[in-house]
Design a protein around this ligand. Structure first.
Ligand code: 3NM
Ligand code: MG
Length: 511
């Protein structure tokens, strides 16, 4: 039978996790809930106890036709006739283990880098435990936190070995499992499953916990559900669609929940109103549970970050991710301070962003926040040329499996495959604070109303916005930033009013 790694349970006999319950009972409940592999991991018991416990667990796993693997202890596996072993980097090496184990034994190994993964494949491992995904209290001495980006880099590196299995481990729970599966993905190789300790072993109802995992693993992430529609590819074909996408946005009247800096909140709220959306400015994370029920998006703009912001952001991101509603991240000043750099890292580990929007420095920080680097963009020159900007936007979008907008004199927009350069706009936009931040809000409106092609949605928002800016700046009575602002709002409103009437003339010949 082929090895089914989809829901891999790792046992833990410590008091904090077992809570006086019997190990065999907890494991059996988890098996009833759909666990597909059990690894007996016991770092403290004497050999005699380990053999006895392993034998008991084996009699249980056999009832469910699920393989039992023994952590580290090849001798224990041989003694009880277990289906295989799981080895750490400091345990017996694969070649020696093979000498002791029967020929069909399953051998898995923990890997946290590309080098370790390649070596494990060359040595003939059946599967790799890839981690540590996220920080976890269950194992605090892990070598490195690699996140989804690091996991993806490892999968890429071994993608020409289709038969070797892969499971992600470390801090995986019901909230993040779908995102872990979605983002830890290279074009030729995805994860085969997830390895779980505490989220099953410490659960009050291990059977229900396992059932929930089994269900989540089989179901695409809520935010991935709408991404399979056929997409227009040529730039011209995309542009033809823009007026229709704008009309649809105006019709949908999206709600946009802004967790935004106080400098620009007023302007951004007015921009949202002008285009026909409903802005809510709420920094209070707990409100997201209610707000995410509407047809709307969440914008995280960390311009005026405080010590309380991060936990509020994470609560809100979780609510919108679970609902499958779009989340936009504007990592303002991402590289400016130690705290902001850590925040970028923690937010990118903590949730899924449909769109990351920022200037060159911010996008470079978002790229470099992963523990494992795939390509050395950040060792490049201090200012990127146009080709490098386009490549950076594409690579980040490809890695995160989302949309990236790198803003500047020319904006680069990518979904990981297509890259579009947008040249519209006006220099006066650069003279008014909040004009960049408002693009995050506008994008949220368009991502809400047009789900099937997120790149086209964001492109339509940018074009509506930048064409309105050009129209405003061309007015004779606009003499500078002061008179530009109200006129710009008027021009956004004018496009919205035209679109509501089905009139696309604002766009014709302008893009
Ligand atoms: N190995 P939980 S992380 C046993 O990174 C183990 O190799 C890890 O526990 C590795 O599911 C880990 O409770 C503990 O976070 C995972
Ligand atoms: Mg070990």
């Amino acid at each position: 039978m082929p090895l089914d790694l989809s829901l891999y349970l790792v046992t833990d006999s410590t008091a904090a996790i077992l809570k006086e319950r019997d190990l065999g009972t907890v494991v059996e409940e988890a098996l009833k809930g759909g666990v597909t592999v059990v690894q007996y991991r016991d770092k403290t018991s004497d050999t005699g106890v380990q053999v006895e416990t392993a034998r008991k667990l084996h009699s249980i796993t056999q009832k469910y036709g699920v393989p039992l693997l023994i952590n580290d202890r090849v001798d224990v596996a041989v003694a009880i006739g277990a289906e295989g072993v799981h080895l750490g980097q400091d345990d017996m090496n694969i070649k020696d283990a093979k000498k002791l184990l029967p020929p069909n034994a399953i051998i898995g190994i923990s890997t946290s880098s590309i080098e370790e993964a390649k070596k494990a494949v060359a040595d003939g491992a059946d599967y790799l435990g890839v981690g540590t995904m996220f920080a976890t209290p269950t194992k605090t001495n892990t070598k490195s936190m690699i996140g989804t980006a690091g996991t993806q880099a490892i999968l890429n590196a071994i993608s020409d070995s289709p038969s070797v299995g892969t499971v992600s481990i470390g801090g995986i729970n019901h909230t993040n499992v779908q995102r872990v599966m979605y983002q830890s993905h290279s074009p030729k190789k995805g994860l085969d499953g997830v390895a779980i300790v505490s989220a099953i072993m410490a659960a009050d109802d291990p059977k229900a916990a396992a059932e929930e995992f089994a269900k989540l693993i089989k179901t695409p992430a809520p935010f991935a559900l709408t991404l399979n529609a056929p997409r227009a590819n040529e730039a011209e074909a995309l542009l033809e669609e823009v007026p229709r996408i704008v009309r649809k946005m105006v019709e949908v009247h999206p709600l946009v929940h802004n967790m935004i800096n106080f400098v620009v909140a007023n302007f951004v709220a007015n921009v949202a109103l002008s285009i026909g959306a409903s802005p809510i400015m709420s920094p209070y994370g707990d409100e997201a549970t209610d707000l995410c029920q509407f047809d709307g998006a969440l914008l995280i703009n960390m311009g005026t970050l405080t010590s309380e912001s991060i936990s509020n952001y994470l609560k809100a991101i979780k609510a919108y991710n679970q609902r499958g509603n779009p989340v936009i991240y504007d990592p303002v000043g991402a590289g400016a301070t130690h705290i902001r750099r850590n925040t970028v890292r923690d937010l990118m580990r903590g949730g899924y962003f449909d769109l990351i929007k920022g200037n060159e420095g911010e996008i470079r920080q978002a790229w470099g926040s992963s523990a494992v680097q795939q390509r050395g963009v950040d060792s490049g020159p201090s200012t990127l040329d146009n080709q490098q900007k386009a490549t950076l936007a594409r690579d980040l979008a490809r890695r995160e499996r989302n949309i990236v907008l790198l803003t500047g004199a020319t904006d680069y927009l990518s979904d990981g495959e297509r890259v579009i350069a947008v040249e519209n706009g006006h220099p006066l936009l650069g003279q008014v604070t909040g004009t960049g931040c408002a693009i995050g809000t506008i994008s949220g409106c368009f991502l809400t109303s047009h789900r099937s092609d997120r790149l086209l949605a964001v492109l339509s928002g940018i074009l509506m916005y930048e064409i309105a800016a050009e129209n405003a700046a061309s007015k004779e009575y606009v003499r500078g930033p002061g008179s530009f602002v109200p006129t710009f709002l008027d021009e956004l409103y004018a496009i919205r009013t035209a679109a509501a009437k089905g009139d696309d003339s604002w766009f014709v010949g302008r893009a």
